[in-house]
Design a protein around this ligand. Sequence first.
Ligand SMILES: [Zn+2]
Length: 88
Amino acid sequence: MTIRPLKQPVIRPEPVATPQCSMIVYTVGHDAAWRAKWYGERRPGTDPKRCQHDSHVTIDGKPYCRRHAGGLALDRWLKGELVERAAP
Ligand SMILES: [Zn+2]
């Protein structure tokens, strides 16, 4: 008997712990005390004033999640602070 796998095994990358996103955020309809209670219970050890996502990149040395990093990059692009350059 011969057994051969037809599909390659799925190799998932190891999760990497990264710092909390640095962006200060607000929850519509709630105040800072609500965020402190809500996230204090659910995500102890994180800053409830900041976005609760893990960071993916740093901008000017501060960690940001992809969503907030994208917003910052777009703002800088629109202000002309980023320049396009040819791929190496
Ligand atoms: Zn974020």
